[in-house]
Unconditional design. Structure first.
Length: 71
């Protein structure tokens, strides 16, 4: 049971770090989404999508690992 708690803590930490990265991307250079130039907005959105895709892959991998340990 303790092992599950440690893993849960790791995931919570990772989610907090992802949230911090997303906020940094979204608010970078004190330019809000609607007020930035078109090219820069696209760059920020692409970076945000990349971060979210990486996080999704991480969660899939952790889920797969956890399921294989239960078998």
């Amino acid at each position: 049971m303790k092992e599950n708690n440690i893993e849960a803590d790791d995931i919570v930490s990772l989610v907090k770090e992802q949230k911090r990265q997303i906020e940094a991307l979204w608010t970078g250079d004190n330019i809000n989404f609607m007020g930035c130039s078109e090219g820069y907005c696209e760059e920020k959105i692409n970076a945000l999508i990349s971060v979210l895709k990486d996080f999704k892959q991480y969660l899939k991998r952790k889920d797969k690992e956890q399921r294989s340990h239960k078998l």
